[in-house]
Design a protein around this ligand. Structure first.
Ligand code: IMP
Ligand code: MG
Length: 204
């Protein structure tokens, strides 16, 4: 087995042993850390090609985008600043409630700035649609969106990201910032989470 695959298996095994892992939940690696970082480097190059001279103001949607934003920021050359916004769109299960609410606003104004809105995953699209509306009203010079993952099949709102890391199948994923009930964010890879049947039924 390749060294890298062994390392990822070890990392997942270690996570299972830590508090936070619940019996019956199992994880399958969908995107390795090497693939994540390779793609993020490409995305950073694309963004810089589009805005070679601008100061880029990255706005991360808490909390899922934190690792993505920090890795992306380090790959972007030139002037970069960041801020965070908090929204809540999910209950404690794996299905969206369909409701979007602002839980933490920006610290600084985005007026006349080149803003890159950084999201972990595009699912129904309701969160991004809501945020685009909020941001457009604040008159940025340019507004672009970047998402690490895109579950194309699940889209309800008519919205598309300007930059996308990976299109993924309709599975619930965790790791690299993404959570299930606030757990699994610290996995270095993006994994598909399989839940015990009883829990899945309860979350509906
Ligand atoms: P949307 O509004 O349905 O597009 O949902 C976007 C938000 O739902 C994301 O920012 C995530 O926080 C969360 N979400 C959607 N799908 C998943 C998933 O598979 N794993 C973890 N969180 C998810
Ligand atoms: Mg999110």
């Amino acid at each position: 087995m390749a060294k890298k695959a062994k390392r990822i298996k070890r990392q997942i095994r270690r996570t299972r042993e830590k508090p936070g892992y619940r019996p019956g939940e199992s994880l399958h690696v969908l995107i390795s850390d090497a693939r994540l970082h390779r793609r993020i480097r490409e995305l950073a190059r694309e963004i810089r090609r589009d805005f070679p001279k601008d100061e880029l103001h990255l706005v991360g949607v808490l909390k899922g985008s934190v690792f993505f934003l920090s890795d992306l920021a380090r790959e972007l050359g030139g002037e970069v600043s960041f801020d965070f916004i908090g929204v809540s769109s999910y209950g404690s299960g794996t299905d969206s409630t369909g409701e979007v609410r602002l839980t933490k606003d920006l610290d600084v104004s985005i007026e006349s700035r080149t803003v890159i809105l950084v999201e972990d995953i595009l699912d129904t699209g309701l969160t991004l649609k809501y945020l685009l509306h909020v941001f457009e009203e604040r008159k940025p010079k340019h507004l672009r969106t970047i998402v690490l993952l895109d579950k194309v099949e699940r889209r309800i709102a008519d919205v598309k990201a300007d930059y996308t890391g990976f299109a993924i199948p309709n599975e619930f994923v965790v790791g690299y910032g993404l959570d299930f009930d606030q757990r699994y964010r610290n996995l270095p890879t993006v994994c598909i989470l399989h839940l015990p049947t009883a829990k899945k039924a309860k979350s509906k």
